[in-house]
Write a protein that binds this ligand. Structure first.
Ligand SMILES: CC(C)(COP(=O)(O)OP(=O)(O)OC[C@H]1O[C@@H](n2cnc3c(N)ncnc32)[C@H](O)[C@@H]1OP(=O)(O)O)[C@@H](O)C(=O)NCCC(=O)NCCS
Length: 453
């Protein structure tokens, strides 16, 4: 799958030109601010001479080792979909090494109801420890958000190393993830035992199947994004520079008609002290049908010589919990995962579906000035919403519920991952009546994101 040349559309069919975004100039306000401090903020072409040093600085920023020439070449080959940006201090001794890095691209974020909206995905945010806490990260984040707004992207999104970094720019945790550690001998499978079969396949075959299958299922789950191809190489170990790829085992589930409906890739860690107590790490499990989900999880939980199965980036509301006899066999750890930042309130709100009809008068504040304003969201009996403006000084429409909140809180509730009533109880949202407002924003399945980016 390539996403570099595609043109993305928002809910009204307006184009967001993902290809033009890749080479769009950096945000002028951030450029000028950094230039005042002797720093040069510029786009770094992935195909150009500056890319290898940029990549080395990202690796150092995330506490990784130096990249080999082969790894640089592989990264270059798989990164054409990225807008890569660096901040340069001309005085550093390593020629061409930036002191700040950031990458972004226009991806597609699934929202409740199955639409996908163009969303600026942000990644590779690092600042050299020699240049920390001088406002370089802030300038880059504000800069890329400015570029995303200029491109017409209604949303931005990211996954984070630390939870404390991005709220200041309006990002909020919108889809939490669950990590599971399952004691398999205690769990006891009580779920369905569907017809069909599970078979081993090569990692290369899994790599071929996984991208189109993910494309078929990603619109079913709010929070998921279109996944650039290089990520699948990472899961499958089919990247030429993958570490210990041979440890990965790939299986497919084919239904009774022989159609492949699910895939899993996992590795096994032997336990030398007790050969009956190996542990399994599930790198990725993708199911197109409920049968595939049941068959693959049952296969993993019933592996011989295995005492523990670990899996991450699962939903906070996994059906798996209801497929094992002993729910306490699973230790589940929740973590903030997919962060979302609304940049265009009407476009974002009209694209998702809602849990109940109602009229909300929303007073949204945004410290960065991108998305603040007063809006009336009217949701009909089918869960479709329309947004109109709510004039300054005008009373809220009759029968509406007033909700005053920051863009961070609106973004937190956007995918249905947290109730507006919970945010009101936490003092993060003010409302004339949070319960009906919460029912409007509710969604019947938990949002999820199955990768890091
Ligand atoms: C996180 C990182 C990018 C910050 O860069 P920086 O240039 O030092 O950040 P800035 O000076 O621009 O700080 C911007 C704001 O973030 C705050 N901040 C920066 N790092 C922070 C941290 N680790 N925890 C909490 N707040 C932090 C600053 O106090 C500042 O707040 P304010 O502008 O609201 O007053 C840098 O420390 C880094 O590279 N860390 C390692 C890699 C990493 O974790 N990257 C993030 C990946 S998601």
């Amino acid at each position: 799958m390539t996403i570099d040349t595609e043109t993305r559309h928002d809910a009204d069919g307006r184009a967001v030109d993902a290809a033009a975004y890749l080479v769009a100039p950096v945000d002028e306000r951030s450029r000028a601010r950094l230039a005042e401090n002797g720093l040069d903020y510029r786009v770094v072409p992935v195909a150009g001479d500056d890319y290898p040093q940029w990549l080395q600085v990202v690796a150092r920023g995330f506490q990784d080792g130096e990249r080999t020439d082969e790894q640089v070449a592989s990264s270059r080959e798989r990164s054409a979909y990225r807008r890569v940006t660096g901040v340069y201090d001309p005085a550093v001794p390593i020629a061409g090494a930036p002191v700040g890095t950031i990458a972004s691209w226009i991806g597609q974020l699934t929202v409740p109801g199955g639409a996908a909206l163009p969303s600026c995905a942000i990644s590779a945010v690092t600042v050299a420890p020699t240049h920390r806490r001088r406002g370089i990260a802030r300038a880059m984040l504000e800069g890329e958000l400015g570029a995303a707004v200029a491109a017409g992207a209604p949303l931005a999104m990211l996954t984070v190393s630390e939870s404390t970094l991005y709220g200041r720019y309006g990002f909020a945790p919108a889809a939490a993830s669950a990590s599971w550690r399952i004691e398999t001998k205690r769990a006891a499978w009580i779920g369905p035992r569907p017809d069909g079969r599970v078979d081993f396949i090569t990692r290369e075959r899994l790599r071929e199947l996984v991208a189109p299958m993910h494309e078929r299922v990603r619109l079913r789950v709010a929070g998921e994004i279109d996944v650039p191809g290089g990520f699948w190489d990472g899961f499958a170990g089919t990247n030429p520079t993958a570490e210990k790829p041979g440890e990965k085992r790939a299986v497919q589930y084919a239904d009774a008609d022989g159609e492949v409906r699910g895939l899993a890739i996992y590795s096994v860690k032997e336990n030398h002290d007790d050969f009956t107590k190996a542990s399994v790490n599930v790198a990725y499990l993708l199911a197109e049908t409920d049968d595939a989900y049941a068959a693959l999880w049952r296969f993993l939980l019933e592996l011989d010589l295995v005492a523990e199965v670990n899996a991450g980036e699962l939903s906070v509301d996994e059906p798996l919990r209801w497929m094992i006899a002993d729910q306490r066999a699973a230790t589940v750890t929740l973590r903030d995962h997919q962060y979302v930042r609304i940049l265009d309130v009407p476009t974002a709100l009209e694209a998702r579906r809602y849990g109940a009809p109602g009229t909300l008068a929303l007073d949204v504040s945004d410290a960065l000035g991108h998305a603040g304003g007063r809006f009336v969201l009217t949701v009909d009996g089918d869960g479709h919403g329309t947004v109109s403006s709510w004039d300054d000084g005008a009373a809220a429409p009759d029968g509406s519920v007033e909700v005053a909140l920051g863009i961070e809180e609106l973004s937190a509730a956007y995918l249905g991952g947290v109730s507006l009533a919970t945010l009101a109880a936490a003092g993060r949202v003010r409302s004339t009546d949070a319960s009906p407002a919460a029912r409007v924003f509710a969604w019947h399945t938990a949002p999820r994101l199955s990768i890091w980016y």
